[in-house]
Design a protein around this ligand. Structure first.
Ligand SMILES: Cc1ncc(COP(=O)(O)O)c(C=O)c1O
Length: 417
């Protein structure tokens, strides 16, 4: 046995992925006649029974509209909904639930911030993003730039898939108004040095937003330690339901921003002469919210809180290490994104094979991965590829599944060779 496999066995025992898998009903099925190997967690993660049960219980026992205070069910629904907000606050270590705003997801959260900051932007101002952003952290800024005359400027990426800090330093200027970057790249898995970048930006009075969509499934951010102005993520990547996400925002900035949408809930008083806004966080939550989904997200975070997070991180690292070791067993395979600090996401190509063919052939063997541009076309252009194949692991994946992936890739490669 190599040192690596001894260490992996120890991690497996300490973490017991098999026991954890039993918490996720969807994982125990066959797909195309083979046991499902789900390696598309970066696109959307699976849900533990605790989340399904919490949402089911909510609808069976307490559903009503929230914040109406008219009857008992309404009070129960409101308590569950606001309880979930407190769970998110604690998860992010935000100082107040006023700073935790429900959105549909990461995409809507970034659109909300971009719109809210439009009034602070003028022609010649710069919004610094990076070459490795998801389209959700590029396009909303481009739309606001078009309206205001500001400019979206990308920080370069190194061939290994790290942010180029020389490029960052050279682009920071007194024209920079906003720094909006991803905490973790969905394509490369790179964990960016966001705390340092935020601190440099802050020193110049630049507003900062971190896209945490791919970070939160792997580790817990601390928004006060990061000192960012905004932090956004989606529930469905954090083992919670679809249809809900979170915008953390510094209260002072949220107070200055205009509402994103108008309607019920977000108002204090409406007359035909004019309307005044509700207090935070409700000012940004027009209409009946996604109540059951908030409850589900709260349950997902409670579930994660019950796991040994340090053991989970080392189990995930063991998956990535094993995958890296096995790359050389597939002729012509290479990894895109070899940063020093990574979450277990592996984008790859195999010479002579189109990513979508790899995906289809793996699916026939019960293995789900993602192929394509991953909503990161500028990054695909940088690497000169139309797309990649991507295996993205979660804590419920096992070393056996990593081996199965590579056995299947060897087969695919032989088929085309
Ligand atoms: C880094 C990153 N940002 C933003 C998003 C968009 O998330 P959503 O579609 O849940 O709004 C994703 C989704 O893949 C992502 O990976």
């Amino acid at each position: 046995m190599s040192d690596m496999s001894v260490a992996s066995t120890a991690t497996r025992k300490a973490f017991d992925a098999q026991a954890i898998r039993r918490d996720f009903p969807i994982l125990s099925q066959q797909v195309n006649g083979k046991p499902l190997v789900y390696l598309d967690n970066g696109a959307s993660a699976q849900k533990p029974a605790a989340v399904l049960d919490a949402m089911d219980r909510y609808y069976r026992e307490m559903h009503s509209n929230v914040h109406r205070g008219a009857h008992t069910l309404g009070d129960r629904a409101t308590a569950a909904f606001e309880g979930a907000r407190e769970t998110v606050r604690s998860f992010l270590n935000a100082s107040s639930t006023q700073e935790v705003i429900w959105t549909k997801g990461t995409t809507e959260a970034i659109n909300l911030v971009a719109n809210g900051l439009a009034q602070k932007l003028k022609a010649g101002d710069e919004i610094l993003v990076s070459h490795m952003e998801h389209h959700a952290n590029i396009v909303p800024w481009q739309m606001v730039a078009e309206r205001t005359g500001a400019k979206v400027v990308p920080i370069l990426v190194t061939p290994e898939g790290e942010l180029d800090m020389e490029s960052f330093n050279s682009l920071l200027s007194n024209r920079t108004r906003v720094l909006a970057i991803t905490h973790v790249s969905n394509v490369l898995g790179t964990i960016n040095p966001v705390a340092d970048m935020v601190s440099q930006a802050k020193a110049r009075g630049i507003i900062t937003l971190l896209d945490g969509a791919q970070a939160v499934p792997h580790f817990q951010p601390d928004v006060q330690a990061l000192d960012c102005d905004f932090y956004v993520f989606s529930s469905h990547k954090l083992f919670g339901p679809t249809g809900i996400g979170v915008l953390y925002g510094r209260a002072a900035l949220l107070e200055e921003m205009p509402p994103y949408q108008g309607g019920g809930e977000m108002i204090e008083r409406v007359t035909f002469e004019g309307t005044t806004w509700n207090t935070l966080p409700y000012k940004f939550e027009a209409g009946t919210p996604a109540i059951a989904e908030a409850v589900g997200l709260g349950a997902a975070i409670d579930y994660l809180n019950g796991l040994d997070r340090a053991a989970m991180e080392s189990a995930e690292n063991a998956l990535l290490n094993r995958a890296n070791q096995l790359v050389e067993t597939v002729p012509g395979m290479s990894i895109i994104g070899t940063a020093k600090h990574k979450v277990p996401v592996m984008s790859f190509k195999i010479e002579g094979l189109h990513p979508s063919d790899i995906g289809t052939l793996l699916d026939q063997q019960g293995i789900a991965i993602r192929t394509g541009h991953h909503c990161a076309m500028p990054l695909m252009d940088f690497y000169g590829v139309p797309g990649t194949a991507r295996a993205s692991f979660a804590f419920y994946n096992t070393l056996d599944e990593v081996e199965q992936l590579f056995t299947a890739l060897q087969k695919v490669q032989r088929l085309f060779a």
